[in-house]
Design a protein around this ligand. Structure first.
Ligand SMILES: [Zn+2]
Length: 323
């Protein structure tokens, strides 16, 4: 009897040790990720968001709604690469000029990743436009989409350039995928230094996702489901921050909370504005893509920075349109 009990206690201790180890690994990895991002990508600030009472009201307000998961957000599997490439013309219609990208293939990327390379960049990359970025449609991507990029760290220790390898997308309903594709394309256009705050990282891609949702589905239901999905995620991240003690582990969820709220505020402003203001907002996005202005300036100008975002659930859910 004693023997079984001893073994049981030992097993519990081992499990605790394993959990402790896993957690330490997670803390260290996150720390390394955030630190290297801030160093190389020239972010000046990467502090977790301090939650207010309003954030809690927001969270409660969202949870009273039926939750929307990735699955019910992307019903049906009818997207094709051809369709996605065709939707790139929408950027043009919106007046946003996308700049060329430096592409790197799988083989070369695996060869040089994490190693010193002092040859010519032109020997390992090719110049292309966004339509040349390979798209990998998959069933098992952890998020809806992502861009596989390789940052180039120069001798001055900064990243001025990111090599683009491919865009990953989860297969789904074509218009929903196209909106997510627009989000990922926006990431390929944002060069290091475009924002000083690490937590603003997702604001422009998330904003473009809303704009594309509106263009692709005039009924407004794609935009609405996108909005609910985003708010739902925001609520989950608020919970994550609340429960987390390690400050560093709050940084990533903070990014999504801050960027989502800013993108919603900017999209609300856009949808309720006349043609002239709409055009001006999109011109500003172009300027951020071209490195002619930073995102922080743009958010301040439209009072859509995190300090100005109204945390009223009704405002965040509502899309008031002017056409
Ligand atoms: Zn993103």
């Amino acid at each position: 009897m004693t023997k079984i009990k001893d073994e049981y206690i030992k097993m519990l201790n081992d499990l605790q040790e394993i959990e402790k180890y896993k957690r330490e690994m997670m803390i260290n990895n996150t720390k390394e990720f955030v630190e290297s991002s801030t160093t190389f990508f020239k972010y000046e600030k990467a502090e977790p968001l301090s939650l207010s009472k309003e954030h809690m009201y927001l969270k409660r307000g969202i949870q009273s709604d039926k939750s929307i998961t990735t699955k019910n957000r992307i019903p049906g599997f009818n997207v094709t690469k051809r369709y996605l490439i065709d939707t790139l013309s929408i950027w043009n219609e919106l007046g946003i000029r996308l700049h060329p990208v430096k592409l790197i293939d799988n083989y070369t990327m695996n060869q040089i990743e994490g190693k010193d390379y002092d040859g010519e960049l032109s020997d390992i990359t090719s110049d292309g436009f966004v339509e040349d970025i390979p798209i990998k449609l998959s069933m098992n991507v952890r998020t809806d989409g992502s861009v596989c990029m390789l940052p180039v760290i120069n001798s001055d220790g900064n990243v001025n350039l990111q090599l683009i390898n491919k865009v990953y997308l989860v297969r789904g309903e074509k218009r929903c995928c196209a909106a997510i594709y627009a989000h990922e394309i926006a990431h390929t256009q944002l060069d290091p230094g475009y924002t000083k705050d690490y937590l603003n990282r997702e604001a422009i891609p998330a904003f473009m996702e809303e704009i594309f949702s509106d263009v692709l589905d005039k009924s407004g239901s794609l935009l609405q489901s996108n909005r609910y999905f985003k708010l739902n995620l925001t609520a989950k991240y608020i919970d994550m921050i609340r429960k987390e003690e390690e400050s560093i582990l709050k940084v990533e969820p903070s990014t999504y909370i801050q960027s989502h709220l800013e993108s919603i505020a900017l999209a609300n402003l856009y949808f309720s504005s006349n043609r002239t203001i709409k055009k001006e907002i999109l011109e500003n996005v172009s300027k951020v893509f071209n490195g002619e202005q930073d995102l922080d300036n743009m958010l301040n100008r439209y009072e859509c920075g995190i300090d100005n975002v109204p945390l009223d659930i009704k405002i965040l859910k509502k899309v008031k349109k002017t056409r």
